[in-house]
Ligand binder design. Structure first.
Ligand SMILES: Nc1nc2c(ncn2[C@@H]2O[C@H](COP(=O)(O)OP(=O)(O)O)[C@@H](O)[C@H]2O)c(=O)[nH]1
Ligand SMILES: [Mg+2]
Length: 364
Protein backbone atom coordinates (compact mmCIF):
# COMPACT_ATOMS: atom_id res chain seq x y z
CA UNK A 1 0.00 0.00 0.00
CA UNK A 2 1.25 3.50 -0.72
CA UNK A 3 1.88 5.46 2.44
CA UNK A 4 1.20 9.14 2.88
CA UNK A 5 4.46 10.85 3.59
CA UNK A 6 5.02 14.46 4.34
CA UNK A 7 8.07 15.97 2.69
CA UNK A 8 10.70 17.15 5.13
CA UNK A 9 10.07 20.79 4.28
CA UNK A 10 6.39 20.69 5.26
CA UNK A 11 5.49 22.93 8.23
CA UNK A 12 5.43 21.02 11.49
CA UNK A 13 1.72 21.40 12.08
CA UNK A 14 0.88 20.67 8.46
CA UNK A 15 -2.04 18.46 7.62
CA UNK A 16 -2.48 16.03 4.79
CA UNK A 17 -2.33 18.77 2.17
CA UNK A 18 1.43 18.31 2.06
CA UNK A 19 1.28 14.57 1.89
CA UNK A 20 2.91 13.07 -1.08
CA UNK A 21 2.44 9.46 -1.88
CA UNK A 22 5.33 7.16 -2.33
CA UNK A 23 4.63 4.11 -4.35
CA UNK A 24 6.72 1.16 -3.39
CA UNK A 25 7.92 -0.92 -6.28
CA UNK A 26 5.96 -4.03 -6.95
CA UNK A 27 6.42 -6.73 -9.46
CA UNK A 28 2.84 -7.19 -10.56
CA UNK A 29 -0.57 -5.81 -9.87
CA UNK A 30 -1.57 -2.44 -11.19
CA UNK A 31 -1.45 -1.69 -14.87
CA UNK A 32 1.27 0.86 -14.43
CA UNK A 33 3.36 -1.42 -12.27
CA UNK A 34 3.24 -4.01 -15.00
CA UNK A 35 4.18 -1.55 -17.72
CA UNK A 36 6.97 -0.24 -15.56
CA UNK A 37 8.54 -3.58 -14.98
CA UNK A 38 7.99 -5.18 -18.33
CA UNK A 39 11.31 -5.61 -19.98
CA UNK A 40 11.49 -5.48 -23.71
CA UNK A 41 13.18 -8.84 -23.66
CA UNK A 42 10.04 -10.64 -22.57
CA UNK A 43 7.63 -8.57 -24.67
CA UNK A 44 6.98 -9.93 -28.13
CA UNK A 45 8.32 -7.17 -30.32
CA UNK A 46 6.68 -6.50 -33.71
CA UNK A 47 8.85 -5.50 -36.67
CA UNK A 48 10.05 -1.91 -37.05
CA UNK A 49 7.70 -1.46 -40.02
CA UNK A 50 4.71 -2.73 -38.04
CA UNK A 51 5.61 -0.51 -35.10
CA UNK A 52 6.04 2.54 -37.31
CA UNK A 53 2.70 1.97 -39.05
CA UNK A 54 0.96 1.37 -35.74
CA UNK A 55 2.42 4.48 -34.18
CA UNK A 56 1.48 6.61 -37.17
CA UNK A 57 -2.05 5.21 -37.03
CA UNK A 58 -2.23 6.23 -33.36
CA UNK A 59 -2.49 2.67 -32.02
CA UNK A 60 -1.76 3.01 -28.30
CA UNK A 61 -0.71 -0.60 -27.83
CA UNK A 62 1.90 -0.35 -30.56
CA UNK A 63 2.93 3.08 -29.31
CA UNK A 64 3.59 1.57 -25.89
CA UNK A 65 5.58 -1.25 -27.49
CA UNK A 66 7.58 1.22 -29.55
CA UNK A 67 8.56 3.05 -26.37
CA UNK A 68 9.40 -0.22 -24.66
CA UNK A 69 11.73 -0.96 -27.56
CA UNK A 70 13.63 2.30 -27.27
CA UNK A 71 13.72 2.05 -23.48
CA UNK A 72 15.22 -1.40 -23.66
CA UNK A 73 18.81 -1.80 -22.62
CA UNK A 74 19.13 -5.07 -24.52
CA UNK A 75 21.76 -4.96 -27.22
CA UNK A 76 19.49 -6.61 -29.80
CA UNK A 77 16.97 -3.77 -29.44
CA UNK A 78 19.38 -0.95 -30.11
CA UNK A 79 19.40 -1.09 -33.90
CA UNK A 80 15.66 -1.61 -34.45
CA UNK A 81 14.99 1.11 -31.87
CA UNK A 82 17.18 3.62 -33.67
CA UNK A 83 15.76 2.58 -37.04
CA UNK A 84 12.28 3.26 -35.69
CA UNK A 85 13.29 6.73 -34.53
CA UNK A 86 14.79 7.44 -37.94
CA UNK A 87 11.58 6.41 -39.71
CA UNK A 88 9.36 8.41 -37.36
CA UNK A 89 11.47 11.55 -37.13
CA UNK A 90 9.89 13.28 -40.17
CA UNK A 91 6.47 12.89 -38.49
CA UNK A 92 7.67 14.42 -35.24
CA UNK A 93 7.97 17.98 -34.02
CA UNK A 94 4.38 19.11 -34.37
CA UNK A 95 3.57 19.49 -30.70
CA UNK A 96 4.07 21.80 -27.83
CA UNK A 97 6.45 20.22 -25.32
CA UNK A 98 5.78 21.33 -21.78
CA UNK A 99 7.94 20.51 -18.76
CA UNK A 100 6.42 20.57 -15.28
CA UNK A 101 8.67 20.68 -12.25
CA UNK A 102 8.36 21.38 -8.55
CA UNK A 103 9.12 19.77 -5.20
CA UNK A 104 7.43 16.44 -4.44
CA UNK A 105 3.92 17.14 -3.19
CA UNK A 106 3.54 20.44 -5.03
CA UNK A 107 0.73 18.92 -7.06
CA UNK A 108 2.40 18.33 -10.43
CA UNK A 109 0.66 15.05 -11.16
CA UNK A 110 -2.70 16.36 -9.99
CA UNK A 111 -2.19 19.37 -12.22
CA UNK A 112 -1.18 17.27 -15.21
CA UNK A 113 -4.28 15.14 -14.81
CA UNK A 114 -6.61 18.17 -14.53
CA UNK A 115 -4.87 20.05 -17.31
CA UNK A 116 -4.76 16.96 -19.52
CA UNK A 117 -8.49 16.39 -19.14
CA UNK A 118 -9.13 20.08 -19.80
CA UNK A 119 -7.07 19.91 -23.00
CA UNK A 120 -8.80 16.73 -24.16
CA UNK A 121 -12.14 18.49 -23.85
CA UNK A 122 -10.77 21.07 -26.24
CA UNK A 123 -9.79 18.54 -28.85
CA UNK A 124 -6.12 18.06 -28.04
CA UNK A 125 -4.31 14.76 -27.79
CA UNK A 126 -2.18 14.62 -24.66
CA UNK A 127 0.84 12.48 -23.88
CA UNK A 128 2.40 12.43 -20.42
CA UNK A 129 5.97 11.30 -19.79
CA UNK A 130 7.96 11.39 -16.58
CA UNK A 131 11.59 11.83 -15.69
CA UNK A 132 12.27 10.65 -12.21
CA UNK A 133 15.96 10.26 -11.47
CA UNK A 134 15.10 8.98 -8.01
CA UNK A 135 13.17 5.99 -9.26
CA UNK A 136 16.26 3.95 -10.02
CA UNK A 137 17.53 4.51 -6.49
CA UNK A 138 14.37 4.02 -4.49
CA UNK A 139 12.99 1.28 -6.76
CA UNK A 140 9.80 3.23 -6.49
CA UNK A 141 8.84 6.56 -7.81
CA UNK A 142 8.78 9.72 -5.77
CA UNK A 143 6.62 11.09 -8.53
CA UNK A 144 4.12 9.05 -6.58
CA UNK A 145 1.06 7.04 -7.31
CA UNK A 146 -0.67 10.01 -8.92
CA UNK A 147 1.59 9.22 -11.84
CA UNK A 148 -1.10 6.72 -12.71
CA UNK A 149 -3.54 9.55 -13.36
CA UNK A 150 -6.49 7.19 -13.36
CA UNK A 151 -9.01 9.53 -14.94
CA UNK A 152 -6.75 10.82 -17.64
CA UNK A 153 -5.45 7.37 -18.50
CA UNK A 154 -8.98 6.14 -19.19
CA UNK A 155 -9.49 8.71 -21.96
CA UNK A 156 -8.88 7.58 -25.53
CA UNK A 157 -7.05 10.79 -26.46
CA UNK A 158 -4.37 10.40 -23.82
CA UNK A 159 -1.21 8.39 -23.39
CA UNK A 160 0.65 8.11 -20.11
CA UNK A 161 4.08 6.65 -19.64
CA UNK A 162 5.81 6.54 -16.26
CA UNK A 163 9.51 7.14 -15.96
CA UNK A 164 11.82 4.49 -17.36
CA UNK A 165 13.09 2.55 -14.38
CA UNK A 166 16.71 1.94 -14.89
CA UNK A 167 19.80 3.91 -15.57
CA UNK A 168 21.40 7.22 -14.81
CA UNK A 169 19.72 10.52 -15.58
CA UNK A 170 21.49 10.76 -18.93
CA UNK A 171 20.09 7.44 -20.09
CA UNK A 172 16.62 8.22 -18.80
CA UNK A 173 16.78 11.57 -20.60
CA UNK A 174 17.72 9.96 -23.92
CA UNK A 175 14.77 7.61 -23.63
CA UNK A 176 12.43 10.46 -22.84
CA UNK A 177 13.63 12.50 -25.83
CA UNK A 178 13.00 9.54 -28.09
CA UNK A 179 9.63 8.89 -26.47
CA UNK A 180 8.67 12.48 -27.30
CA UNK A 181 9.47 11.83 -30.96
CA UNK A 182 7.39 8.67 -30.97
CA UNK A 183 4.41 10.35 -29.25
CA UNK A 184 4.50 13.21 -31.72
CA UNK A 185 4.55 10.80 -34.63
CA UNK A 186 1.46 9.22 -33.07
CA UNK A 187 -0.34 12.55 -33.30
CA UNK A 188 -0.11 13.81 -29.72
CA UNK A 189 0.00 17.58 -29.95
CA UNK A 190 0.60 18.35 -26.29
CA UNK A 191 3.43 16.56 -24.52
CA UNK A 192 3.67 17.02 -20.76
CA UNK A 193 6.86 15.93 -19.01
CA UNK A 194 6.78 15.71 -15.23
CA UNK A 195 9.97 15.85 -13.25
CA UNK A 196 10.87 16.25 -9.62
CA UNK A 197 12.79 19.23 -8.34
CA UNK A 198 15.90 17.39 -7.29
CA UNK A 199 18.89 19.05 -8.90
CA UNK A 200 19.92 18.11 -12.40
CA UNK A 201 16.61 16.78 -13.63
CA UNK A 202 15.07 20.23 -14.12
CA UNK A 203 18.00 21.31 -16.25
CA UNK A 204 17.66 18.12 -18.25
CA UNK A 205 13.95 18.61 -18.82
CA UNK A 206 14.44 22.30 -19.66
CA UNK A 207 16.79 21.13 -22.41
CA UNK A 208 14.06 19.11 -24.11
CA UNK A 209 10.92 21.24 -23.79
CA UNK A 210 9.57 24.42 -25.33
CA UNK A 211 7.82 25.68 -22.23
CA UNK A 212 8.82 25.11 -18.64
CA UNK A 213 6.33 25.40 -15.81
CA UNK A 214 7.48 25.61 -12.21
CA UNK A 215 4.92 24.57 -9.65
CA UNK A 216 5.22 26.11 -6.22
CA UNK A 217 3.18 26.05 -3.05
CA UNK A 218 2.82 28.74 -0.45
CA UNK A 219 4.78 28.42 2.75
CA UNK A 220 7.06 25.59 1.77
CA UNK A 221 10.22 27.64 1.95
CA UNK A 222 11.81 29.50 -0.91
CA UNK A 223 15.12 27.78 -0.66
CA UNK A 224 13.75 24.30 -1.04
CA UNK A 225 11.60 25.28 -3.94
CA UNK A 226 14.48 26.45 -5.98
CA UNK A 227 14.51 30.20 -5.77
CA UNK A 228 18.07 30.04 -4.60
CA UNK A 229 18.90 27.11 -6.84
CA UNK A 230 18.31 29.12 -9.98
CA UNK A 231 15.37 27.04 -11.06
CA UNK A 232 13.26 30.16 -11.26
CA UNK A 233 15.51 31.26 -14.09
CA UNK A 234 14.60 28.16 -16.06
CA UNK A 235 10.85 28.74 -15.78
CA UNK A 236 8.53 30.35 -18.32
CA UNK A 237 5.65 30.36 -15.87
CA UNK A 238 5.44 29.88 -12.12
CA UNK A 239 2.19 28.52 -10.77
CA UNK A 240 1.47 28.74 -7.06
CA UNK A 241 -0.73 25.68 -6.67
CA UNK A 242 -3.28 24.76 -4.01
CA UNK A 243 -4.87 28.18 -4.09
CA UNK A 244 -8.08 26.79 -2.64
CA UNK A 245 -9.91 26.65 0.69
CA UNK A 246 -8.05 28.35 3.52
CA UNK A 247 -4.96 28.58 1.40
CA UNK A 248 -6.13 31.16 -1.15
CA UNK A 249 -4.69 34.21 0.58
CA UNK A 250 -1.35 32.61 1.32
CA UNK A 251 -1.10 31.51 -2.31
CA UNK A 252 -1.87 34.97 -3.57
CA UNK A 253 0.70 36.50 -1.26
CA UNK A 254 3.29 33.97 -2.42
CA UNK A 255 2.47 34.75 -6.02
CA UNK A 256 2.98 38.47 -5.43
CA UNK A 257 6.30 37.81 -3.74
CA UNK A 258 7.39 35.57 -6.56
CA UNK A 259 6.50 38.23 -9.10
CA UNK A 260 8.67 40.66 -7.18
CA UNK A 261 11.54 38.20 -7.14
CA UNK A 262 11.10 37.40 -10.84
CA UNK A 263 11.51 41.06 -11.56
CA UNK A 264 15.18 40.80 -10.66
CA UNK A 265 15.94 37.51 -12.32
CA UNK A 266 17.05 36.61 -15.79
CA UNK A 267 14.17 35.16 -17.75
CA UNK A 268 14.42 31.80 -19.41
CA UNK A 269 13.16 32.74 -22.87
CA UNK A 270 14.25 35.84 -24.79
CA UNK A 271 11.35 38.23 -25.25
CA UNK A 272 9.15 36.46 -22.72
CA UNK A 273 8.42 37.75 -19.23
CA UNK A 274 8.10 34.93 -16.72
CA UNK A 275 5.26 35.57 -14.32
CA UNK A 276 3.74 33.90 -11.31
CA UNK A 277 0.05 33.11 -11.06
CA UNK A 278 -2.10 31.10 -8.68
CA UNK A 279 -4.17 28.04 -9.41
CA UNK A 280 -5.65 24.92 -7.93
CA UNK A 281 -5.03 21.63 -9.63
CA UNK A 282 -7.64 20.07 -7.39
CA UNK A 283 -10.37 22.64 -8.04
CA UNK A 284 -9.27 22.99 -11.66
CA UNK A 285 -8.80 26.73 -11.48
CA UNK A 286 -6.18 28.64 -13.41
CA UNK A 287 -6.08 26.08 -16.22
CA UNK A 288 -7.42 28.43 -18.90
CA UNK A 289 -4.96 31.09 -17.82
CA UNK A 290 -2.05 28.65 -18.00
CA UNK A 291 -3.05 27.47 -21.47
CA UNK A 292 -3.49 31.06 -22.62
CA UNK A 293 0.06 31.80 -21.48
CA UNK A 294 1.39 28.75 -23.32
CA UNK A 295 -0.45 29.70 -26.50
CA UNK A 296 0.78 33.27 -26.37
CA UNK A 297 4.31 32.06 -25.68
CA UNK A 298 4.19 29.74 -28.68
CA UNK A 299 2.66 32.28 -31.01
CA UNK A 300 5.09 34.99 -30.01
CA UNK A 301 8.08 32.65 -30.12
CA UNK A 302 7.21 31.31 -33.56
CA UNK A 303 6.86 34.81 -34.87
CA UNK A 304 10.18 35.99 -33.48
CA UNK A 305 11.98 32.76 -34.32
CA UNK A 306 12.90 32.08 -30.68
CA UNK A 307 10.77 28.94 -30.60
CA UNK A 308 12.43 27.22 -33.55
CA UNK A 309 15.85 28.49 -32.58
CA UNK A 310 15.51 26.85 -29.16
CA UNK A 311 14.53 23.52 -30.69
CA UNK A 312 17.44 23.70 -33.08
CA UNK A 313 19.84 24.49 -30.24
CA UNK A 314 18.43 21.65 -28.19
CA UNK A 315 19.03 19.11 -30.94
CA UNK A 316 22.51 20.37 -31.64
CA UNK A 317 23.44 20.41 -27.94
CA UNK A 318 22.09 16.92 -27.60
CA UNK A 319 24.13 15.79 -30.57
CA UNK A 320 27.28 17.36 -29.11
CA UNK A 321 26.78 15.69 -25.76
CA UNK A 322 26.13 12.28 -27.34
CA UNK A 323 29.23 12.69 -29.45
CA UNK A 324 31.39 13.68 -26.50
CA UNK A 325 30.07 10.76 -24.51
CA UNK A 326 30.75 8.33 -27.32
CA UNK A 327 34.27 9.60 -27.88
CA UNK A 328 35.09 9.42 -24.18
CA UNK A 329 33.67 5.92 -23.92
CA UNK A 330 35.64 4.77 -26.88
CA UNK A 331 38.82 6.27 -25.54
CA UNK A 332 38.55 4.92 -22.01
CA UNK A 333 37.37 1.51 -23.14
CA UNK A 334 40.12 0.91 -25.64
CA UNK A 335 42.38 -1.95 -24.44
CA UNK A 336 45.54 0.04 -25.04
CA UNK A 337 44.43 2.94 -22.82
CA UNK A 338 43.07 0.60 -20.18
CA UNK A 339 46.45 -1.04 -20.00
CA UNK A 340 48.64 2.07 -19.98
CA UNK A 341 46.52 4.52 -18.00
CA UNK A 342 47.23 3.22 -14.46
CA UNK A 343 51.01 3.33 -14.90
CA UNK A 344 51.01 6.71 -16.55
CA UNK A 345 48.66 8.10 -13.90
CA UNK A 346 50.99 6.81 -11.19
CA UNK A 347 53.99 8.43 -12.84
CA UNK A 348 52.16 11.75 -12.99
CA UNK A 349 51.15 11.47 -9.34
CA UNK A 350 54.71 10.71 -8.29
CA UNK A 351 55.96 13.72 -10.19
CA UNK A 352 58.03 11.65 -12.56
CA UNK A 353 56.08 12.56 -15.68
CA UNK A 354 54.70 16.03 -16.50
CA UNK A 355 50.88 15.95 -16.81
CA UNK A 356 50.85 17.59 -20.23
CA UNK A 357 53.30 15.10 -21.61
CA UNK A 358 51.36 12.20 -20.10
CA UNK A 359 48.16 13.33 -21.81
CA UNK A 360 49.99 13.65 -25.10
CA UNK A 361 51.33 10.13 -24.80
CA UNK A 362 47.89 8.72 -24.13
CA UNK A 363 46.24 10.61 -26.96
CA UNK A 364 48.88 9.33 -29.37
N1 LIG B 1 -5.71 21.38 -1.66
C1 LIG B 1 -5.07 20.99 -2.75
N2 LIG B 1 -4.38 19.84 -2.74
C2 LIG B 1 -3.73 19.48 -3.87
C3 LIG B 1 -3.76 20.26 -5.05
N3 LIG B 1 -3.02 19.66 -5.99
C4 LIG B 1 -2.54 18.53 -5.43
N4 LIG B 1 -2.97 18.41 -4.16
C5 LIG B 1 -2.67 17.31 -3.22
O1 LIG B 1 -1.28 17.32 -2.93
C6 LIG B 1 -0.77 16.00 -2.83
C7 LIG B 1 0.40 15.79 -3.77
O2 LIG B 1 -0.08 15.88 -5.11
P1 LIG B 1 0.70 15.26 -6.33
O3 LIG B 1 -0.05 15.67 -7.55
O4 LIG B 1 0.98 13.82 -6.15
O5 LIG B 1 2.07 16.08 -6.23
P2 LIG B 1 3.44 15.89 -7.03
O6 LIG B 1 4.36 15.14 -6.13
O7 LIG B 1 3.94 17.28 -7.28
O8 LIG B 1 3.13 15.17 -8.30
C8 LIG B 1 -1.94 15.07 -3.13
O9 LIG B 1 -2.47 14.62 -1.91
C9 LIG B 1 -2.91 15.97 -3.86
O10 LIG B 1 -4.25 15.57 -3.70
C10 LIG B 1 -4.53 21.48 -5.04
O11 LIG B 1 -4.63 22.22 -6.00
N5 LIG B 1 -5.15 21.77 -3.85
MG1 LIG C 1 3.87 13.45 -9.17
Amino acid sequence: MPKDRKPEWAPQNAGREYASRVLEARSAGSRVAKGRNATATNVKMPSVAALAEGVKAGDRTLLAKAITLIESNAQKHFEPGQELIRVLLPEAGKSIRIGVTGVPGAGKSTFIESFGLWLLERGHKVAVLAIDPSSSLSKGSILGDKTRMEQLSRQPGSFIRPSPTSGALGGVARKTRESVIICEAAGYDVILIETVGVGQSEVTVRSMVDFFLLMQIAGAGDELQGIKKGIMELADLVVVNKADGDNVQAAELASRELNNALHYLRHSTPGWTTKAITGSALQKTGLAEIWAAIEKFTEQGKESGVFDQRRQNQVSQWFESLLTEAVLNRFFNSPDIKEKLPTIREQVEKGVLPAVLAVQQLIK
